[in-house]
Write a protein that binds this ligand. Structure first.
Ligand code: SF4
Length: 209
């Protein structure tokens, strides 16, 4: 049996997301006229998980967790019960007052922000994202006292030459910079506008072999 301290669960806490990232499974479902699966996790359901797992990773595959109406309560529960929580988010459609409340409700939470490229260009993949606003929310997190603020940057063709600049921007703001290499490319013969030109900046996908 897995020791308690190593028990980790990764969840989708809702079915909502206002972004339209082209390679997200949401778009596959949508193009096939299928409903996004799932529902908003309740506080009762979340408590059940927290009572069993030592660490909760809210890394949605088809949703952004901040749109669960109970999300700030989830942060507070983890704080009260001394549980680790990581949040992956990319949506910018919440007011600054909401972000402040979320950060202050659990300063130990790990926040991972998906901003692919420099803040002014991230919307090229993260469709509907205001990257500049989200970057300001990362700065706000640091100002509030959140220890782990991580900038996750997936390398695409439009941002592959901006990595150093982004890394410096992160350092200047005491933000952890994390590069992600994607392998979700179309077949070699098909045009994929997001595929980095520099092959060292992409994972080999099955179509590249
Ligand atoms: S932010 Fe996440 S859930 Fe939302 S569209 Fe993009 S990849 Fe999908």
């Amino acid at each position: 049996m897995t020791p308690y301290s190593q028990r980790l669960v990764t969840i989708d806490a809702t079915f909502r997301c206002p972004l339209e990232c082209p390679k997200c499974f949401r778009q596959t479902l949508r193009s096939n006229n299928m409903k996004i699966p799932g529902d908003d996790m309740t506080i009762e359901q979340f408590n059940k998980l927290v009572n069993y797992f030592a660490r909760i990773d809210i890394c949605g595959q088809v949703s952004d967790p901040i749109f669960n109406p109970n999300f700030i309560d989830f942060l507070k529960i983890c704080k009260e019960k001394n549980k680790k929580i990581s949040i992956h988010t990319a949506a910018s459609q919440k007011p600054e007052s909401w972000w402040k409340q979320a950060f202050e409700s659990n300063l130990d939470a790990h926040w991972i922000f998906g901003i692919d490229g420099l803040p002014h260009e991230s919307f090229l993949y993260r469709i509907n994202q205001d990257g500049e606003k989200l970057f300001k929310m990362m700065q706000l997190a640091k100002k509030c006292g959140v220890k782990y603020v991580i900038w996750q940057y997936i390398i695409f063709s439009y941002n592959e030459n901006h990595i150093e600049e982004a890394n410096k921007l992160a350092k200047d703001n005491d933000i952890i910079f994390e590069l992600n290499y994607s392998g979700r490319w179309q077949k070699e013969k098909e045009h994929d506008m997001y595929k980095p030109i520099d092959s060292s900046k992409r994972l080999i996908s099955k179509h590249d072999r």
